[in-house]
Structures are given as structure tokens and as C-alpha cells.
Design a protein around this ligand. Sequence first.
Ligand code: ATP
Ligand code: MG
Length: 461
Amino acid sequence: MSRSDGSEVVRVMKNSLVPQDQTTLLEVPNLNDASLKSKLKQLVNDSINNNPYFAAGGGLMILGSGLAIARSVTIRLSKLFYNQMIVDLEIISKDKSYSWFLTWMSTYPKRFSKHLSVNTNYIKRDNGSIQTKFSLVPGLGNHWIIYKKAIILIKRERSGRMIDITNNSPFETVTLTTLYRDRHLFDEILSEAKVLALNTNKGKTVIYTSFGPEWRKFGQPKAKRSLQSVILDKGVKENILNDVKDFLQNGKWYFERGIPYRRGYLLYGPPGSGKTSFIQALAGELDYNICILNLSEQHLTDDRLNHLMNNMPERSILLLEDIDAAFKHRMAKNDDSGYMSTSVTFSGLLNALDGVTSSEETITFMTTNHPEKLDPAIMRPGRIDYKAFIGNSTLFQVEKMFLKFYPNELELCNEFLKAFKQLEVSSVSTAQLQGLFVINKDKPREALNQIQTLAFSNKLP
Ligand SMILES: Nc1ncnc2c1ncn2[C@@H]1O[C@H](COP(=O)(O)OP(=O)(O)OP(=O)(O)O)[C@@H](O)[C@H]1O
Ligand SMILES: [Mg+2]
């Protein structure tokens, strides 16, 4: 059936069980009708607009997504701001400046710390007595300081899992955060911390020994030993000192010629003649520290020696004691017995000496009581450049030693020298002399009376 607007009306039965005469006419638009789509659209729009639940949900949805976008924009902006405006400096506990910084923080007045931890230090006075000093360093957590009008956030953190195997302590970091424009302050803080650390050791010689693969301070820094207190034979001390000073003043010369800037010294002679004492006094005179390695030490392997020699603390003299020990192990290794050395070998020592590649100067002192055991290969310039014999007491030394202990006793000194000559022993070490004078403090006459003991003081009764 056609309608006036052209649409078709289809007659269908609403319910087939309904009697024929009760049929209802349902008007179903023809599926081909072009206006079908727009009508449906209208229908949907009407139902949405007129449905209050639906309208409210849509609003919420728009609001929610708006907020989510705003949040992500804020996060991105703050990240951008953080990256552009904030700078971090991370100091790890393995770095030297870590302890410097913590000590500096403990003395800095304008700080806001709620969590502190204590560092106990022992300070050795000049008279040898020990004083305990506690310093409160920033503990784990956040701290603030105001440094040159800038606010700096300091965060000290400890890794729960990572352990520094060299000293068995947990791995830690300190992170300093400030505004980008104040980043230069990091440098200033670290410089101040370094100066503070170095000043603490002013007038002292720090002695380092090896601990595993790293250098560790051995005891408290010692008061510098004066060069005058070590009495070597005439001119020996002065000649070595002049040579070292000349070496230190000529860095440019070495670099210009591409020569490794290092110099090796060998002090050889009997025990107790003052070799180690002289090197310690020399370090004090030059304001250097000392790194001591004893080559006869078990478990000091070639690799460790090499590593240690290439990673020395700055301004340090390397002291290799008893280098003849390395030659002993070369013999043992060549043996067919299959012996495997856990100590330094001869080639290991040579490689380590040749391989020191420091941008700074390297002064190596080596000592031995048995120069005859040394292989000529080690005497090559570049390994050992200067050799000095430090022997038993000469008359020159006996006189100086006597007057060091009894300054005004010139007459007794002459008597002592005469008696010493009559002893006719060629091997009295300066350490033996010192022993005699120490047990006769302020009693030079007694020392003279006991001079005979020098002839056998190194022997068992
Ligand atoms: N020439 C010296 N002048 C002043 N003190 C000395 C001298 N020689 C030895 N002594 C004293 O004797 C002790 C031992 O000296 P030192 O350790 O320096 O000897 P060394 O030559 O290194 O011996 P070794 O070969 O056994 O290592 C120290 O207390 C030191 O003060
Ligand atoms: Mg010694």
C-alpha cells in the first residue's frame, strides 16, 4: 500500500494467533528508505539528551579525561622543569670525596638534619697520647643546607643488597640536589671538603698499606719525622734529597720528551740502618704520604701489586720493602716441582715497575737487606735510577747520634768515639746505638760505660 509521501506500508500480522479480523497494521519504514539513517540518529540523540543518567555519565567522562590529560601535562612539565632547572650530584661511597663530604657536612653550621650518625675518630697528639673525637655526620635520609644563599637537598641512601666487598660495608650514595643556576656550588663544596680533609692531616704523614686490592690508611696520621732526626753517613741524605727535588721540579722536561715521569730509588744495607726511617722523613719533608708494600707478604700477587701501584692515593711515595722476596719466588716458580707462588714474582715486579702509568709523578723507593740477591734486570734505569748504600754506623754517625741524645756532652762524646773505635766491630747498626742511648736517657756516662754491649747486643745471650 502506497502513502502520499511515497513510503510503502507493509501489512503484517502482529500475532498469528490473533483472529483475522483483529489484524493490526504496523507501519515499518521501508529499509531502502534514504531518511532511515537520519531518523535513527535523531532517535538516539533524543534518547540520550532526554535521559538524565546518560547525560550525567557523559559529563563525568569528559571531566575525567580532562583531568587525566591535565595530570599527564603537569607531570611532563614538572619533569621538564626538573630536567632543566634542577641538578643532581651523586657521590658514591667508594669515592674519596664521600668521606670528605660527610666530614664537611658535620662541621657545616647552616644545616637541617634530623637523622645523624656518629663517626668516632682517634686523634694522636704530638706527645703520643690519643684523644677520642666524635663527629655527627648526616645519617640516612634527607637533609637540607643553605650554602651561599642556595638551598641544597642532601639525600644519603644505603643499598640494602649491594656490599662493597673491599671493606664489607654496605654500598652508599649521597646525592646533592639544587637549582641548575647554582650547579657551580657543587665544585665549591667538594673543594672545601677536600681542603678540610687535607688540613686535618697537615703536618702529618699518612701511611697507607694494602688491604685487598685497595690502599687503606694504616693507623692514625703520624707527626712528620724530621730529616735531622735520621742520621745517615756524610752527604747520603742530602744527595738523595737533592735528586728527588730535582726530579719533582722537572715534570715538564719528562712530558716533553715522552719519558714516563717516574723515578726509582734503591736503598740497600743491613737491618736497622735507617732505610725506612729515612724514607718516612723524606716523605714528611716533601709533604708526601707513603704507601708501603712488603713484597715478602703472602697473598700479595702480581695482579694485586700491579693494580695497587697504578691506583695510589695522590701525593704519595711508594715504598716497596724487601724486594729481594720477589726474586726468591722466581726461583721457586722455575722449579719443576710445580710450585705455584701466591706471592709476587720477579717478572710481576718488573711489569709493575714498568707499567706504572700515572699522570702524576711516581716516586718509588725500594729497600733490601740482600742486594746480592737482586737480578741485574731490576737495576735498569727506569726501574732503579738511583742506588744508595745505607750501612752500619760510621764514626760520623756515632758522633751525630751521641750528640742528638746528649746535646751538650762534647767531651763525653769524644770519649765515646775513642771507645767505639777500640771496639773493633764493623757492624754496629744505628738502631743498636739508639737502643743503648734510649736505655740510658740523660745518662751519657752510663752509655759510655755500657759501650761493650754494642759488640754483642744483636746476639742472643
Ligand atoms: N740512621 C739512623 N738515624 C736515626 N735513627 C735510626 C737510624 N737507623 C736506625 N734508626 C732507628 O732504628 C729503628 C729501626 O730503623 P729502620 O726501621 O729505619 O731501619 P731499616 O734500615 O729500615 O731496617 P730494616 O732493613 O730491618 O727494615 C728506628 O726506630 C729508627 O729510628
Ligand atoms: Mg726497613
